[in-house]
Write a protein that binds this ligand. Sequence first.
Ligand code: SF4
Ligand code: SF4
Length: 287
Amino acid sequence: MSSRCALVSKIIPFSCVDGPGSRLTLFLQGCNLRCKNCHNPWTMGRCNDCGVCAVHCPHDALAFRDGRVFWQEADCQLCDTCLKMCPQQATPMAQTLSVDDVLKQISRAAPFIEGITVSGGEATTQLPFICELFTTLKTTPALRHLSCLVDSNGELGIQGWEKLKPVCDGVMVDLKAWHERTHLTLTGRGNGRIKHSIRWLAEHNLLAELRLLVIPEQTDYLQAIEPLSEFIRALGDVPLRLNAFQRHGVYGEAKEWRSARPEDVEPLAAALQNRGITNIILPALYL
Ligand code: SF4
Ligand code: SF4
């Protein structure tokens, strides 16, 4: 039995876009970056029970009692009105779940999945929960065949990665821009810690995938192609996924940005290939 809990935004029992094969994906609430391009912007913050959303729920699925908001799942129509109006970029639908609660859901999905992915928000902001969940999975005979992956922004420090290493099968990390200034503009923080994490994970055979998100007129990968290529080559034969920014679902100024098209992504792929980087995964589709 384990009572360690996490604030969980959502669980998708069968996902085919969060790592290899079919996977149960757990989205933890809360992030330490503020990426303008985020497609799950309501996973960034934490609810402070301000009550704003409760008044506006069109289906009376939110109650406000004794200074707290309660989500009544049975009445919820998943219309997302509450997400769009939350001043904290949070959700009233996040639930506090224990490792045991999550294990029950994993057990139900287990015959149909190859593994689980913990994503977010930023998964590693709730590191003790992940460590305990993965440890339990690795020591439960009926579940230990499931691979345990983390989808991360790379902000975690090396001591944190050291804790995760014994029970984690791999980490997928985004590098949102090469230059510090561009990264700061796009995410609210520089990228020194993230580059350090990426190198460390590769050295310890834990970097399952490196991801670059192409945002036309915003990201700087082509301008930094020489140092970027050198950085990626030094990681070894790690899969490099090029993602195409889509403006649908984002908040704020990113709504005005142009979605990426093949002609935005393919020159970067060609430039990387010309510099010896061949393990490249291109976007499966452009919306
Ligand atoms: S989810 Fe957002 S709007 Fe709703 S009570 Fe919490 S902080 Fe307020
Ligand atoms: S998604 Fe939010 S606003 Fe919509 S019905 Fe559910 S609780 Fe209410």
